[in-house]
Design a binder for this molecule. Sequence first.
Ligand code: ZN
Length: 342
Amino acid sequence: MSIFDELTRLKDEVTSEIRGASTLEVLEETKIRVFGRKGGALTTILRGLGSLSAEERPEVGRQANEIKEFLEGLLAERQAELRGEALEGRMLEERIDVTLPGCWPPPGRIHLINQVIRQIKDIFRGLGFGVIRGPEVETDFYNFEALNIPADHPSREMWDSFFLREGLLLRTHTSPVQVRVMEASEPPVRIIVPGKCYRRDAVDATHFWEFHQVEGLLVDEGVTFADLKGTLEVFARALFGKRRRARFNPSYFPFTEPSAEVMVDCFLCEGAGCRMCKNSGWIEIMGCGMVHPRVLSRVGYDTERYTGYAFGMGVERIAMLSRGIDDIRLLFEGDDRFLRQF
Ligand SMILES: [Zn+2]
């Protein structure tokens, strides 16, 4: 085969190889095989020009260079084509649909317990009560002693407490704040005290070792049980509906005298009797009473001049009653599937 035939064959072969190259990698391999400095087919021919005769050399050189230029042009063209295709493919693959909705963390919400506390606070603020908070770690004195519950008093059995080091405990009720406020200020006192309380109760559907109370206290001249009744009736209607009636059953608390349990007629059965009200038609919502004179005199109030009333309710109980929840533990487990319903 003459050198010219060889050149022509090489040109045809490489031309079809370039045209048929399906990827940039295949094209690169062809390029190296033909133009590579070491062992490239065309490179080898051009390097061998020196061994040709003087007559052949110019013509072979001219043709070889022509073919080289032609193939280089063809290679560049195919390279550009393949790059374009690759880019298009990538753009299709990585396309972003800007019309898709974005992802975001779900918005937070106020926990049901705090919703209920806010509701209660709103009602009493409207009645002229201020909102006060107090310490959750209390002394035995404020938690019991100052509330007319001396160390040997049998009513201490009502509270299974978490005792800390000597003389300190986690408060079992919000009532100690009453004493702290009265010690610090003169009548008139008109406050509610929302906050956490702790009792060493066995956990079940209606008991948890941590819970919330809202305590209320009003001390002024000439305050009577009628004022207490009126205030709590307004509260019960604001919370459970305008048509609610309230009933006061005699009860006992060491720090109030007389004491009462506040019942509202069942808002589920309208008093007819159902599971919620245990067929009685009435639901207990809180305890209350006239502040015991011993509690008042202990903080230095003149019991001839001042009287007062106090009340306290469990926030969890109000939340469960008003939202139809049958297990207190749901309120503390933090399960969003439950909480997001409210
Ligand atoms: Zn009922």
